[in-house]
Design a protein around this ligand. Sequence first.
Ligand SMILES: [Zn+2]
Length: 180
Amino acid sequence: MELPNIPYSVSHRNVKYPRLEFRTGKLLLILPLGLKPSPILDKHKKWIIKKMAFVEECLKQASDKRMIERTEKEFRNLTHSVIGEALMEMGGRLDHIYFRIMKTKWASLSSRGNLTINRLMKHLPIHLLNYVIFHEIVHLEEKRHNDKFWERISRRFNNYEDLEKELFVYWFRIQSLGRV
Ligand SMILES: [Zn+2]
């Protein structure tokens, strides 16, 4: 095992395959019952080190991020109007819009056209709200994160890589405030 300074914890669960998570900024190994961590850590060492560097950078930037305060009503009205604009631009329609606290994502779109918005998006600045929603609406047309998908995204947000990163930074910021 050659991952000296990287702290990690292990959780053995009733899962089929091992999984690595960085949800809280710390490495969590989820392993099938009875499996040892060392081979998994060894096998994914490069990926872990790269990811860890990214996470550390996000955590550093997180403390400077300002949380936006909106009332629930302001947030929902704003979200609905941003969704309306994105639908006008992209075409397509949604079945339902739900607001929930989610622990792993900002938003998600089901195959039935239900959009779920993470209520924690309430704290995001408008440019990130715009981006997350547009991203989900593009998924109405293209489900996967393939070239065609990113090409469409980049026509509207050519800095989408920066925005994706800023979303991570905000995610860690919100985590650190214990709102998840
Ligand atoms: Zn996506």
